[in-house]
Design a protein around this ligand. Structure first.
Ligand code: AMP
Ligand code: MG
Length: 472
């Protein structure tokens, strides 16, 4: 992963044009009292050919939402339903965001620019349609950290401060406002399909499935999968494969998303929509991110189960077009795929060559046990054991584990990051320090420095291995 990707030529592609009749409603952005550019992600912009924009034009497009050339003349607030903490809610949809533009990236992938905090829509209910600046800063940090740890995630593309005072129960208020733009490999959610089931719209669902298969192609289902030629079944397999890998990527990253509702689940398996997320201070399956998650439904160790459950809801929606049996067949692949993904991603983060699923799974268990016993911070654990090093500090020393890891071949790893004294991490104290510099002194340097440090860690890790059988 080089620091700046190969520059793309801006290539608009209104791929959703045939679905916009029913997929969303045209809306306008709020007229903000100010639009002060706070963060532009030139690395992400380069992948879609938008890094040459002047700051002035950037604020025009991503603060005032003047249409991009060749793109949608008006943004679209997307319609969807979803299970929120397992309760079905038909009264959601883009309540503070919209789809702004679509374009190809330098790999030819279809990408969306979508917003958060761009003003009210017909789906806002009692909400103000706004985003806090702190929320935007937190989303920058989450996406950069996840990307550096090899997870598939949306990119935080832009943050513009908008000069309003917001009242929020979970932040000292009044608090500053912002509008964020996210670069995302689609905004089609499991909840988008759930809404079509609820409204009994088989034709629209068939059109949406065709769109997903054409725009986000995946490998064909296994040879023994029933109904493997049916579009709905093919998509179900792809979504299960992606969600299993996404669940594994959260676990290997030590990341707790916090709100794994079906409206926050992208069909492409790309993680997005970061609210009350946390990184683990220590390896604890019960660690919960959202203060309002009283039942610990989305605790760290329950994330694979949550994503599996969401896949189950996707299958229920697809029942509008497909039989149960082939969908259940696909759903049952989640567990084995998740085990493979954990082993593959764990070895990757540890910097060792995989030795086969059984041995690698034993290694994962031994590492987890060691982390639980020592209470070491997980980022430090991986850093210390990277490539079988097994730092000889009292925090890390575990002779049994060291013996196990020593049977593995380290990957070639000469990045200077591995010689640092401490690894990059994203525990809550550091997040608060970074926010506090902005809040108290309008000092953005700690954030800028952190993003640079995370990208350096990402370069040291390189790209995460992709599942076997996957072309993209
Ligand atoms: P989330 O939990 O962020 O995925 O949001 C769930 C639903 O609530 C989505 O439909 C959001 O658009 C909506 N929502 C969240 N916050 C606000 C807000 N401040 N104003 C309007 N709608 C909101
Ligand atoms: Mg959401």
């Amino acid at each position: 992963m080089s620091d700046l990707p190969q520059a793309a030529i801006y290539t608009p592609d209104r791929a959703l044009d045939t679905l916009t009749e029913w997929l969303g409603v045209p809306v306008d952005a709020a007229d903000f009292p100010k639009t002060e550019l706070r963060y532009r992600n030139d690395r992400a912009a380069q992948t879609v050919g938008l890094s040459d924009l002047s700051d002035e034009d950037w604020a025009k497009h991503f603060g005032r939402f003047e249409p991009l050339e060749g793109n949608y003349p008006r943004p679209l607030a997307l319609k969807y339903h979803g299970h929120q903490f397992r309760n079905y809610n038909p009264d959601i949809g883009d309540g503070r965001g919209f789809l702004f533009a679509q374009m190809r990236d330098n790999d030819g992938r279809l990408m969306d620019l979508g917003t958060k905090g761009s003003g009210p829509t017909p789906f806002s209910r009692s909400g103000d349609g706004r985003l806090t600046l702190k929320g935007a800063v937190r989303e920058i940090l989450a996406t950069e950290m996840l990307e550096a740890l090899g997870a598939s995630t949306s990119k935080t593309f832009s943050v513009v401060e908008t000069g309003e005072e917001l009242q929020r129960g979970d932040e000292p208020s009044p608090t500053r406002s912002a509008v964020m733009v996210r670069l995302s490999h689609s905004h089609i959610r499991i909840g988008t399909f759930q809404r079509l089931l609820a409204h009994e719209e088989p034709d629209q669902m068939a059109g949406l499935i065709d769109y997903c298969l054409a725009q986000f192609p995946g490998p064909p289902p296994p040879a023994d999968a029933p109904g493997r030629d049916e579009p709905a079944v093919r998509l179900m397999h792809n979504v299960v494969e992606r969600m299993a890998d996404l669940a594994a990527s959260y676990m290997v990253a030590g990341f707790v998303h916090g709100v794994l509702n079906t409206d926050n689940m992208n069909i492409t398996g790309e993680s997005f929509d970061y609210g009350p997320w946390r990184w683990l201070p220590e390896w604890d399956a019960s660690f919960t991110a959202a203060y309002f998650d009283h039942g610990r439904l989305y605790a760290f160790g329950r994330q694979p189960e949550a994503l599996h459950w969401n896949c189950g809801q996707f299958a229920v929606a697809l029942r509008l077009l497909a039989d149960t049996e082939p969908l259940v067949f696909a759903l049952e692949r989640f567990g084995p795929l998740y085990m493979e993904a954990i082993a593959r991603r764990w070895c990757w983060r540890l910097g060792v060559e995989p030795r086969g699923l059984e041995l690698d799974s034993q290694l994962v268990s031994a590492c987890e046990k060691s982390m639980r016993d020592t209470k070491i911070q997980p980022d430090l654990f991986f850093f210390a054991h990277r490539g079988g090093r097994g730092f000889d500090t009292h925090d890390v020393a575990d002779s049994e584990l060291a013996a196990l890891i020593s049977q593995y071949t380290p990957v070639k790893d000469d990045h200077a990051y591995w010689d640092d004294e401490t690894p990059q991490s994203m525990v809550i104290d550091e997040v608060e320090v970074i926010w506090s510099a902005i809040d108290q002194h309008d000092d953005w340097q700690p954030l800028t420095d952190k993003v640079a440090a995370l990208r350096r860690m990402g370069a040291a890790h390189g790209d995460a291995p992709i599942p076997s059988g996957h072309a993209d």
